[in-house]
Design a protein around this ligand. Structure first.
Ligand code: AN7
Length: 401
């Protein structure tokens, strides 16, 4: 059915070997299917509900999955914002509409199912927040313990609340996300927990379904696919999925994969701009979009290929541009997203101003997480409610009526 393959040296490993890196060269692994043996048709997929599991022939899970009805998220036409930018075909795929409020659920339904399939008894991750919330949810559904490591003081309150309420063991480290990931990786290797960060190749399999769904919803191949980038797992996953569809003859070209990072945390953009062979980690990443406050993107190797091979782009946006777009999506489109998610659309606003993209393009921006994930950043940007005495004259006065 499938095996694991090193993206650098091509060494292959059996599907049931628990590995996060190539044993020979240490590089990333990917799941490789024997696509010539997969006979599914588009018509079969279209008969099933829009969800991660519609595409199960291209997923590694062979047991009953641990599922909470993930995927099937709306694809919205950004009519008003698109008009303002002069882009008639601008869309947002709202991944905040997943069970735990972010796209991570697509990865975790597959990843936690694989933990069970591989007979692992406990799971762990490091996280800027959403991964931990999602892992806690899916571990709860699976009935297995989860340990999550967070950078102390740098995770939005909604995400911490989820991880705690769903019963994960939550550890805050006095260090950043990149350090937390090193620590949890070591913990998993030495203590047998199953690691569910995006270096886990199975988790990314679930996330590639964002691209599949967008294709099905749009009814055609988008010209450009835009994602906020932190660890660069999601952009790599979506690209891999499109490649598979192309190899199966379902599509005949690939969208231009476009990654957007926060200015204070943008090592991947720098590597693309300066045509570097690999990403140079940023030691002190900083941004209001804490979800993507990541200096050493672990999937950079895959993402550089995704962007370069599709003629895509990489761009930075400032915190001000991110927050402005968060407000615009909320007030002009009715779409509530967390700051990191607004980065994709903010990036398009910047690229169109710079003349880097064509106005006729069909553009799908992935907005990755829900507004309520980070209520504190929302409250800080908005006028507080007007408190009045409980009588009608006070109400009329407050409303200037
Ligand atoms: C809302 O939760 O890395 O480029 O530990 O939460 O695949 O890392 C979150 C990442 C974008 C970036 N948008 O995705 C974590 C974590 C939101 C996110 C990203 C994240 P990748």
């Amino acid at each position: 059915m499938y095996h694991l393959v090193c993206v650098n040296c091509g060494t292959t490993y059996p599907a049931d070997e628990i590995l996060y890196n190539c044993k020979k060269c240490g590089h990333l692994l990917a799941v490789k299917y024997h696509l010539d043996t997969i006979t599914v048709t588009k018509a079969t997929w279209e008969k099933r509900p829009l969800s991660v599991w519609r595409y199960r022939e291209l997923l590694p899970v062979q047991i009953e999955p641990v599922s909470l009805a993930e995927g099937g998220t709306p694809l919205y036409h950004l009519k008003r914002l698109g008009e303002e930018m002069g882009l008639p075909h601008l869309y947002a795929k709202h991944e905040g509409m997943n069970p735990s409020g972010s796209f991570k659920d697509r990865g975790m339904t597959v990843g936690v199912s694989m933990a069970l399939q591989l007979k692992k008894k406990s799971v762990a991750c490091a996280s800027t927040g959403n991964t931990s919330a999602s892992l806690a949810v899916y571990a709860a559904k699976a009935g297995i313990p989860a340990i999550v490591l967070l950078p102390a003081g740098k995770v939005a309150v909604g995400k911490v609340a989820q991880a705690l309420m769903h019963g994960a063991k939550v550890i805050s480290i006095r260090g950043n996300f990149d350090r937390a990931l090193e620590m949890v990786h070591e913990l998993c290797l030495t203590h047998g927990l199953y690691l569910l960060n995006s270096i886990n190749p199975f988790r990314l399999e679930g996330q590639k379904t964002i691209g599949f769904e967008a294709l099905d919803q749009l009814g055609e191949i988008p010209d450009r696919f835009v994602l906020p980038v932190g660890n660069a797992g999601n952009i790599s996953a979506v690209y891999k999925g499109f490649l598979e569809l192309q190899e199966m003859g379902f599509i005949n070209r690939l969208p231009m994969m476009t990654g957007i990072q926060a200015e204070g945390s943008s090592p991947l953009v720098r590597a693309i701009r300066e045509k570097l062979p690999e990403v140079i980690p940023e030691l002190h990443p900083e941004t209001v979009a804490t979800a993507i406050r990541i200096g050493a993107p672990v999937n950079a190797e895959k993402a550089l290929i995704a962007i370069r091979k599709t003629g895509g782009l990489a761009e930075t946006v400032t915190d001000t541009e991110i927050l402005q777009m968060q407000r615009d999506l909320a007030r002009k489109e009715g779409i509530g997203v967390e700051p990191a998610s607004a980065a994709s659309v903010a990036g398009i606003r910047k690229l169109i101003k710079e003349g880097m993209i064509d106005r006729d393009e069909r553009i799908v921006c992935v907005v990755t997480g829900h507004l309520l994930k980070d209520p504190e950043t929302v409250i800080k940007q908005c006028e507080p409610p007007i408190e009045i005495n409980a009588d009608l004259p006070s109400l009329l006065y407050a409303l200037h009526l």
